[in-house]
Design a protein around this ligand. Structure first.
Ligand code: SF4
Length: 219
């Protein structure tokens, strides 16, 4: 019996759609084939058949650097993963983009809690407590660079800078805050020929918090 995440995933799927840098295509009666969206139509891709293969595929980028942020736009190319059904597709996508399907379902059901950056920083303890001392100007610059879709992260930002609802960074284009926008295409209007399943960011990740700490410490 599909759970709520699988039901929402099934509803979002079309014959072909994008989820971050992944192209998902329906194959056969129940199966799906995944590949890097830029590898569409390429021959000679390495073939994989287990959802767990997504763990290794997503671990390193094309020059063998470890990928600490799974939603960074540096997913490796050259692979194709075939899964037999919706349940295995959900598992594979959870390895590629951990927690993003659950966030999507919560968002669609209007129960996704977002946390302002200042609140995230204020609740840090230990060596990260100092991150809360970052200035607004520093946040503006840091988030504008760290979270940008072209080279930073492909999630659409749903959180604000503080409780007053100020946007996190004026350096990011308005599309960065639009879940429907295809972040992998960059800013500007898109006439997507292929449906896009949003990758959402409901609160600052620990990598951004660590980067804020470095800014405060002047590193
Ligand atoms: S805070 Fe969110 S948008 Fe920014 S890098 Fe982290 S996960 Fe991506």
């Amino acid at each position: 019996m599909p759970d709520s995440i699988e039901r929402a995933l099934a509803a979002a799927l079309t014959d072909a759609c994008y989820f971050g840098q992944i192209l998902i295509r329906k194959a056969g009666e129940n199966g799906f084939v995944l590949c890097h969206r830029d590898d569409q139509g390429f021959d000679g891709l390495r073939l994989f058949q287990n959802p767990e293969d997504a763990i290794e595929i997503s671990k390193f980028d094309d020059i063998e650097n470890y990928r600490p942020l799974k939603t960074a736009p540096n997913l490796s190319r050259g692979w194709q993963l075939a899964v037999v059904d919706l349940s295995d597709l959900r598992r594979a996508l959870d390895y590629f983009y951990p927690g993003r399907l659950a966030a999507l379902v919560a968002w669609k059901e209007n129960r996704l809690k977002t946390t302002p950056l200042r609140q995230t920083l204020d609740r840090q303890s230990g060596m990260y407590r100092i991150a809360a001392k970052i200035s607004d100007a520093q946040i503006n610059s840091l988030v504008g660079d760290f979270c940008r879709s072209d080279g930073g992260c492909l999630r659409a930002i749903l959180w604000k800078r503080n409780e007053s609802g100020i946007i996190p960074s004026t350096k990011l284009p308005p599309e960065k805050f639009e879940p429907a926008h295809d972040q992998a295409l960059g800013p500007g209007p898109t006439t997507a020929a292929i449906a896009v399943i949003p990758l959402l960011c409901q609160e600052a990740c620990n990598l951004l918090v660590a980067a804020a700490r470095k800014v405060v410490k002047g590193e």
